[in-house]
Design a protein around this ligand. Structure first.
Ligand code: ZN
Length: 144
């Protein structure tokens, strides 16, 4: 007979906890990415293999500053984003060199352009479940 609860059981019991969610989403809440330990190339999403051949990566936190590479307006997005539709999404090159896709807010679609400087902000993503749990994450705003 065990005298205590195992760590994986705690995570199962509290899998809907905002604290567990916070710890599992460094990319969403802290803009954490990865840097190749061999060549220094930076990625927002975790890679198994860098084009240089390395499989070693270190976590890095990005500044949140970048420029728009491409953008579009979403008219028919996922159900959880229906209350925000239409909304703007952009591909952004962060100043550190990584590329990220993110929602751009606090502006009109007509204000966006390729090369526009943007910065990361912490905003509401969507509500879920019967209790309307609010999920937060990183979006971007223009730096006019
Ligand atoms: Zn590399």
């Amino acid at each position: 007979m065990r005298s205590c609860v195992q760590a994986d059981e705690v995570i199962f019991m509290f899998r809907d906890s905002s604290i567990i969610r916070w710890r599992n989403y460094k990319d969403r809440y802290m803009l954490v990415g990865f840097e190749c330990a061999a060549c220094g190339k930076k990625y927002f999403e975790k890679k198994g293999l860098c084009p240089c051949g390395s499989t070693e990566f270190d976590e890095i936190e990005f500044s949140g500053n970048g420029k728009i590479v491409s953008y579009t307006k979403i008219h028919s997005g996922p159900e959880v984003f229906q209350e925000q539709t239409p909304y703007c999404v952009a591909i952004i090159d962060l100043v550190e060199g990584a590329r990220i896709e993110a929602q751009v807010v606090d502006c009109k679609y007509e204000d966006l352009k390729i090369g526009l400087s943007v910065e990361a902000v912490f905003r509401k993503f969507y509500k879920s479940g019967e209790k309307g749990v609010i999920h937060y994450g990183t979006k971007f705003v223009p730096k006019f």
